[in-house]
Write a new protein. Sequence first.
Length: 210
Amino acid sequence: MMARRGDQLREHILWTAKDVFLEMGYERTSMDVVAARAETSKRSLYAHFESKERLFGDVVGLVRELNLGHLRTPAAYGADPAEAVVRFCGRFLQMQLWDSALRTLRIGIAEAERLPEAAAAYHEAIFETPQRRLADYLVEQYGLDEESGHEIARRLIGRAVYPQLIRSLLGVDAPLAGRPDETTLADDVDLESLRAAVAALLPPAVGHAK
């Protein structure tokens, strides 16, 4: 097997470290373990990441890009604005109920005091950016001002995501074992409850009023 170098090695280390952090948690993960799992030297590891804290922060960045890339924006979920909002919120919830996502969130919570910048970055990626994407879509499709769009987005996310997420985060409900697939969205989350919430909170969309 050809030795990895440069950016290829860095990416390989990040993916490996992501799995190690999920398996062992931040405290028990060592740079020795990451180097061994990545089949590289500690010298090479430290050339790319000068500390475990830096490595963890960059893993958070990797998770951010993966999460937002898979989630996309509400406009990607159909031409009907109300149904697009429903499916966006449902997909958001589905992705957070994945076992891997829940374990990552638990690590972020556990290390929030030790690594506040990484925890804040994770919160921005997993919660703030999706809410902002939803708010921007509501402003565009429903003719809302920005303040109203952000308030309704906050309330929708509050109804659609947080109650179920907290139950799964605390182990009350079982997580989704497999990688969340958009084709199984209706099986993984209660879309009818989301439709009721959307109907209660949103006015008719601009150009879609009956």
